[in-house]
Write a protein that binds this ligand. Sequence first.
Ligand code: ATP
Ligand code: MG
Length: 677
Amino acid sequence: SLQHALPPMSRLNERQQEAVHYIDGPLLVLAGAGSGKTSVITRKIAYLIRDCGIRAQHIVAVTFTNKAAREMKERVMSLVKSSEAKGLTVSTFHNLGLNIIRKEHATLGYKPGFTIFDEQDIKALLRELMQKEYAGDDGVDEVQSQIGSWKNDLITPAQALEKARNPSEQTAAIIYEHYNRMLRAYNAVDFDDLIGLPVQLFSQHPEILAKWQARIRYMLVDEYQDTNSSQYLLVKQLVSERARFTVVGDDDQSIYAWRGARPENLVQLKEDFPSLKVIMLEQNYRSTSRILRAANVLIANNPHVFEKQLWSELGKGDELRAIRCRNEDAEAERVALEILTQHLKTSVPYGQFAILYRGNHQARLMEMKLQQHQVPYHLSGGTSFFSRQEVKDIMAYLRLLANPDDDNAFLRIINVPRREIGPATLEKLANYANGRNVSLYNAASELGVNECLEQRFVERLQRFTSGLDKVRQQCAEGDAVASLRSLMMDLDYESWLRQNSSSDKVAEARMGNVWFLLDSLKWIFENDEEGDMDLAKAVAKLLLRDMLERQNEEDTDDQRVQMMTLHASKGLEFPHVFIIGMEEEILPHRSSIEADSIEEERRLTYVGITRARKTLAFTFSAKRKQYGEIIDCLPSRFLDELPPEDLIWEGLEEAPVEVKQATGKAALAGIRALLKQ
Ligand code: ATP
Ligand code: MG
């Protein structure tokens, strides 16, 4: 679905053309939202292939999310023949890193088939480590994010320890050291390693770097303002002194500082590449001038390194609206009804509406209302069935039953439910397995482990493996699903869920997911056409479904209202946009108010506003339920920063005087507008 492909024939403006044609040296395109930065990248890829004779396999384009990468690729495919695009790399930073690690794993000291730890795997491992070292896992979240930011800044555990200024940083540094050792032992990498390891590899092995540099003849980077230190370094290494690259970005859209993104990289670039050419774009091709003015005026409240002024030729357009609702229920109802009515009245397809919000939890009520009114929607980034914890646990059991060599599955469930097998034991087991080149599961069942592990740990491990061996056999001989059901009972997985859920009700629902998974498996067995279904095949089918679901989730379609967080909306555009929960403590988020980082929230709001092409409405509630209490809410200060003449307020008549005061100049204008009606 090409939501907003630049029509292949449409003419680029002069500056855009200049940016496309400039290929002799490093280029930065610095420009506001909707000015055609991404369009420049896709056009330039086509130009490089078709007019400069650079083969697609020598071109690498990187962007931020999978969705953005997919869309960029589609845009390129509409410009060149598929034979010409063969070998083109359009990917996220992390995928690029993953490819490098895959190809160079031997030098990095990894075995092929290494596993990638996700957030949950990481947290579980850190918990174990902290319990072992400090007999408690308090503050595991802080440690996790501290380690993440060290990794992003390419700081080694030793350096971290040296630099630690207080006991809690010291603790984190020590855990960091153990954690990295464990990852090695498990033949695993984490998300940050996907960038960090290639950078480390390239700085230690110039000959390998030279090989990659020779392969990549031109590099393009979208959303450059959100790169962190290690990503920047990776780009710098890959482009070498030849420096044939184009990066595009907008410092006003930097929204990942909390994840280590450094908009200063934009400035750094000029220092590292003195011959850097900078092109600014100022015409916006996306939004009406009212929407654009609102965006400009809002962001002018932030300090600026680069001054930019966006203008548009798309006409004045409708006023923006700020709609006050009685409570969150009325708010969701209002948005659902507006979309429904507009769709019915003007037959605008549902896919042209987007509902954006600060946090995922805001989606739930909205979803309910859309369902009630039978408005089809698509939610990006929600939790799909297969990404639920309990489903992942049981899938890991199934995977391990189907394939004992699946080390990742082994690690996920070795202590689920708890079996008192600690990290030190696992590390020894992993080293033993590495030395003998066998999987963890097989190592655990070998006699030899007796030499490196205490007897009681050997027993615990072997109780685990022999238990699974038995189930595997039962599955092969009889009713596989029945055997799995009784395995669940034997494990008493339900109690484990109860211990790890916020309430019994939640635990029950989660157990329901487990039974649903096993029912699906049963269905696969019963609907087997070839008549040779076994556990391995059935599990493979489930895994495929998992993959498909994930793909599906990312596919957008034109007939459904698009729902996503403001963060996820970056780079996208929609004719009609609703930003909900426009309240103090939500946007700006309470934590940002406390941490005094309002500027990033303002940029986030700027990103949201600039997604809209034709109409834009904000909604906010007067009251809201929070932790079981009903609280009064205030409209977001950002509403007040918008140009009053472009903003209509609705529902304010009944608002108490404090709210009217809080909405300040903007509300006054709104009330004036009301009086005029
Ligand atoms: P963002 O900062 O939000 O990522 P961007 O700068 O990457 O925005 P694009 O998404 O490339 O902007 O372009 C915004 C819209 O303008 C798209 O719909 C694109 O097709 C259109 N567009 C870009 N350049 C032109 C042009 N020269 N003529 C007509 N339309 C254009
Ligand atoms: Mg873009």
